[in-house]
Design a protein around this ligand. Sequence first.
Ligand code: NAP
Length: 282
Amino acid sequence: MRDIDGRAIAKALGAEVSADAESLRANGTTPTLAVVVPTDDDATAWYVRSIERTAGRVGVECRTVHLSEPTAADLTKRLDALSADDAVHGIICQTPLPAGISLSEVGEHIAVAKDVDGANPASLGRLAAGLDTFAPATAAAVAEILRRESVPLKGKRAVIIGRSMVVGKPAAMLLLAEHATVTVCHSRTEDLPAVCAEADVLVAAVGRAAMVTADYVKPGATVIDVGTNPTDDGGLVGDVDAASVAARAGALTPVPGGVGPVTTMLLMRHTVTAAARCSLNA
Ligand code: NAP
């Protein structure tokens, strides 16, 4: 089994993004990403720092807006203001959200043109309709990795475990657009290992450490592990038991170092694309 190097893919993508950001800056537009952080959660703070570092490397300005225990009204007012701010090209809102506030409710206050992480339900609708839009970065990372690794999708069986708005559903639409035959599984799917074992491409987006074992994998399949499950010693493991699937899978994205770095870089790609569109319309 071959490990797919997400860091190398992110680096190649980063070189392209950086060149595009530089030419926008030369023409007077500084691509700018606003990161709204409505939580004091340590893991979120760590992730936001990694977004800031990646932004700095590729010439995207990152504006972090920290709100401590905001109400829904505080949060939506801030997102409305950022949506109306001509100097901001991309907006993301980090999770976890305060209790009682849903991502869809918040997402509706992110202008679709600036919705670089596909949080507005309207963005998902546009994706389903085949219209130009930003897919959630994690789902886009799944498709980007498969494209850069030249994994055949046309006519192939793709199985996705997970049906969330941020990963499973948009990933299904992106793979469908590549002419894969897509099955979406979830917690009520009967005989999950047998369904997964039909997949040429298996995407695990569940949030259960090492759930996917060799019996889920068709010999030679490409396995994309989206899961990020914290371990007791402060590390991360995926949804796939890499040691178990090693003898059957053709290729696997490791955790860490697989989907994660590509996701962060795609937030930059989307922000630079949004900035370029904005400068064309100016
Ligand atoms: P989520 O909203 O909790 O969705 C999990 C999905 O898995 C649900 O559809 C759920 O089914 C399904 N599921 C749960 N237990 C299952 C089981 N035993 N068998 C089959 N399906 C099961 O999670 P998410 O936001 O999509 O995230 C999924 C994973 O990806 C998490 O580990 C998350 O941390 C990770 N993630 C990684 C990145 C990255 O950049 N690498 C970004 C985002 C998320 P039901 O719908 O029936 O409940």
